[in-house]
Design a protein around this ligand. Structure first.
Ligand SMILES: [Zn+2]
Length: 195
C-alpha cells in the first residue's frame, strides 16, 4: 500500500476506527464479524491494500490477523511513553517491508510516500499505515494526542488529529451522545426528586 508521509491523519484515523471495531467497551459488540464486514470497513475508509488487488476476496485468516493487529494498535495508543510508541510503530513498518520513496501527486509533484512490500499480508499493510500515522502524530502533535475515551462507560481509545486537539471520545457521535443522555436523565431524576 502507498501512503503519503505527510498525511498522518489518514493512518491515525484508520487505526482509531479499527481499534474501536473491537467489542472492548462497545455496547454494540464486535463490528468486524466476518471477512465481508472487514472488506466493508476497508472500502468505507478508502484504503487500497496491495493484498486486496491480488486477492479481492478476504479470508478468515485475514480477519483473524486484523483482529490481532487491533490489539497491538490499542496497546500502542495506551503505551505510557513516547519511546514505546516509536519502537512499536517501527516494528510494524518493518514487518510490512516498508520503504520510503517518491511518488507523483495528482499535480505531478514528487511527494514522500511509504510503500509496503507487494507480498505483505493485509494486516501488515494496515499495520504500516497505522504506524506511519502514529509516528506522524507523535512528531507533529505530541504524545498527549494518544488518549482514552472520556466516557465513563467506554474503554475505547483514540488518536486526536484535530486542529484544536480537544477531542474527548473514541466515537464522538456515540460516546458523546451516550454521556449527554445519561447526564440528561440524571438531571431529570434529580429534578423529579426535588419536585
Ligand atoms: Zn468511547
Amino acid at each position: 500500500m502507498k501512503t503519503p508521509m505527510s498525511d498522518y491523519a489518514l493512518g491515525a484515523g484508520l487505526a482509531t476506527d479499527l481499534i474501536n471495531t473491537a467489542p472492548t467497551g462497545r455496547s454494540s459488540g464486535e463490528a468486524l464479524t466476518s471477512p465481508t464486514a472487514l472488506g466493508r470497513f476497508l472500502v468505507e475508509h478508502g484504503v487500497e491494500p496491495y493484498a486486496m488487488l491480488a486477492a479481492p476476496r478476504l479470508t478468515t485468516d485475514d480477519l483473524d490477523e486484523v483482529r490481532f493487529l487491533r490489539k497491538e494498535l490499542r496497546a500502542l495508543v495506551l503505551a505510557g511513553d513516547e519511546t514505546s510508541v516509536v519502537t512499536g510503530a517501527t516494528e510494524l513498518l518493518t514487518r510490512a517491508g516498508t520503504v520510503p520513496t517518491l511518488l507523483r501527486d495528482s499535480a505531478g509533484r514528487w511527494q514522500w510516500h511509504l510503500c509496503t512490500a507487494r507480498v505483505a499480508p493485509l494486516a501488515d499493510e494496515l499495520g504500516a499505515l497505522a504506524a506511519a500515522g502514529f509516528l506522524g502524530v507523535l512528531r507533529t502533535l505530541g504524545h498527549a494526542r494518544f488518549r482514552n475515551c472520556a466516557s465513563p462507560v467506554c474503554d475505547g481509545v483514540f488518536v486526536d488529529t484535530s486542529k484544536a486537539g480537544r477531542r474527548r471520545y473514541c466515537m464522538p457521535a456515540l460516546c458523546g451522545n451516550r454521556l449527554n443522555v445519561a447526564n440528561h436523565r440524571a438531571r431529570k431524576v434529580t429534578g423529579e426528586e426535588r419536585a
